[in-house]
Design a protein around this ligand. Sequence first.
Ligand code: ADP
Ligand code: GN1
Ligand code: MG
Length: 371
Amino acid sequence: MREAGLEKIKENICNQFQIEGKVEKLIRFGNGHINDTYQMICRRGNGEIRRYILQRMNDEIFKNPAELMENIANVTAFLRRKIVERGGDAERETLTVIRTVDENNFYTDKNGENWRLFLFIENAFCLETVRNPEDFYNSAVAFGNFQRLLAEYPADTLHETIRNFHNTVSRFSDFEKAVEEDICGRKKEVEPEIRFVLEREADCHVICDALKSGRIPLRVTHNDTKLNNIMMDSLTGKGICVIDLDTVMPGSALYDYGDSIRFGASTALEDERNLDLVSCDLELFEAYTKGYIEGCGGHLTKEEIRLLPMGAKIMTLECGMRFLADYLQNDIYYKIHRDRQNLDRARTQFKLVADMESKWERMNAIVSRYL
Ligand code: ADP
Ligand code: GN1
Ligand code: MG
């Protein structure tokens, strides 16, 4: 991935947007795996600071930036109306897209790179790890609430920004293909991990089949509900704004629930090398389950609730499969900061899956308390 110098970006990109004041500083920001994110600090004429989030969109992953930004502009406009109706502060409770001087949702520079600008969510923080069950509960309520607010969103107007994003059956085929091709000869070092996935092929069908048969509904979902995709209010600690809306698409509530559990209920970082430290914390699992069901405000069906543990397990397995496939394909998808980071990430996910399997009855018992 190309890295433009900060000064160049300041000169050539920042002023393409309808910003308030003069750009003072640009800083690399956040820990996302996909986009290049910067905090941009501007000073207005009256001396006040106005902050923004500037992102270079990942065009290898998102092939159609216009469609993607159309989704985000429409979804945030819809959320804005709902937030205002409820007397909320729309500038903090949803992303605000800052348009370019040419009135577009994003800017394409002369190298064909695409950039977008959002208001910075002030007086809020983003967690990379869960500090206590309450944090996780608060994030769950916010993700559930996000899903509820979008319940009436016209799903058929959304573009599918990544095809088959959480189609675990097609993710499994992609994984098999990556193993078969073995383009950089890494297969031999990861035989046990490959076996682990292949033994769980049947699991990959569960959500797809339930959606296909209509046993669970298709909803508008976020699809990337990692803890660091939510901003928490500095004062109250509650989740105030769901961010990273690139993958808002029709999907299953099990995707959103499951992805949050795989990241936040883990006792270790996503790329922890010491697997003894990795497990699924059942207290956190329960805190999230309770918060998510409450946040969804009665919208989840009995069958969806019953399948929540399966959602957690499948999303974790799918994520592990994706990390391992990327490792086998020479790390082309996720940003890495050291060798074998994708392999380490895959291993933590498989360790979590195994741990969930060993706690299966207890996970189901917890969920059944909320049925
Ligand atoms: P990626 O797709 O790479 O994960 P994100 O959109 O999640 O990119 O942004 C990366 C990080 O930048 C987030 O985890 C968060 O810390 C920060 N961030 C993104 N948008 C905002 C915003 N509007 N206000 C404050 N921080 C933000
Ligand atoms: C990516 O964008 P980010 O870092 O929030 C990925 C998710 C993975 C996650 C694993 C568009 O999320 O699907 O679960 O990494 N996003 C995309 O950490 O592929
Ligand atoms: Mg993110």
